[in-house]
Design a protein around this ligand. Sequence first.
Ligand SMILES: Nc1nc2c(c(=O)[nH]1)N[C@H]1C(S)=C(S)[C@@H](COP(=O)(O)O)O[C@H]1N2
Ligand SMILES: [Mo]
Length: 410
Amino acid sequence: MGSRRRDRRELLKSGAAMVGGLTFGAVMPAMGQTPSPTFIRGNKDQIAYGDRSHFVTSVRIPHGGRPSPDPFGLVFHVATPLQDSVGVITPSSLHYVATTRGSFIPDIDPREHRLMIHGMVDRPLTFTIEDLKRLPSVTRLHFIECAGNRSTPKAKTIQESHGMTSCAEWTGVLLSTLLKECGVKGGASWFVAEGAEEVKGASSMPLAKAMDDVIVAYGMNGEPVRPQQGFPLRLMVPGFEGIFSTKYLRRIKLVDRYYMNYNDYGHLRQDANETALGYQVGPKSVITFPSAGQQLSGKGFYEISGLAWSGGGAIRRVEVSTDDGKHWMDAEIKATPQRRAHTRFGCPWNWDGKETVLLSRCTDELGQVQPTLAQVAKFFNVPLGEVPGLDNTIQPWRIASDGSVQNGHA
Ligand SMILES: Nc1nc2c(c(=O)[nH]1)N[C@H]1C(S)=C(S)[C@@H](COP(=O)(O)O)O[C@H]1N2
Ligand SMILES: [Mo]
């Protein structure tokens, strides 16, 4: 034991030298062995389908202070616990949910479900889920983000300010593959996608997007899409506002103009500037650790960790500031950034114990740079609290000298 302990000390010392300033207080020196565990008794349920550890308690919360579900069991709006996230995949059980149509979550028998493609096509076709599974598939990582995902001074945690975005691995057939089967008629320029609820929740989208990277998805994170995410079939429209990713997808109609739909009432805005920003999500990043509501245990070394994403494509660069924007340094991007997917970044930080503000800012493959709230407010010529459209602004986290972390907008 004694010699092992010495080895560990040596290791910590050389580690400290490498990162330049990792103080012993930041890592527990010379730990003993982990005590022998008690054991979880297996039962039949755990054999058939696994559970997470009962020590892991991270959960979703209702978004925006409204009860979810409401007293009638309707309307789910729940936010992902980004503060606890590691890597880039949101576990399906923690994926955010936005079901805005005032309806229950449909309970659809996949054997009965059909997708109809019609309108300005040579051959209207109807597909079963089995039909779709016979066709060439794609598997891609993509985020979804609700247009209502905005940081306000009231948000006490990153789950409240940023939790209406998640990232999953989606499997399905490219919509372009299905449209080639149907044959697109000349003059078709838009398509309308409709879900199976009683209020259809349809959206109009440009046909060019359909031919680019839209997926008709039956798989999510290695299993069938979950009911809250649109079982048995959903549209995944990478990089567009979440509302366009129609769940319970049952009909796609090719048309020659923008069709007004349910989603236009109350969701798309009246103002032309805003509407123009309404499709593609801008470059956005946020530090998930340390973030508001978390507590640093003392000065010394930490890895700042966060997520970056853009509707414009892959993330090319993330910068972090640990002094409220006076200096910026390049963060490390943790894996090959995928197009229109959450990208994990990290940045070493030696906290001196003084009050400061942490910021992150990303740039996407188009060269678009994430703006500050002040820049966007100036662009629209409105007060800070009234910035319209999707909020992709830089999030400041304020570190107090006691190590507590607060929303810098508060
Ligand atoms: N059929 C249908 N599709 C829908 C919705 C809905 O209520 N019904 N909500 C939309 C909204 S507002 C968003 S932000 C995304 C959310 O997808 P998620 O619940 O899988 O996170 O789905 C969109 N697709
Ligand atoms: Mo949404």
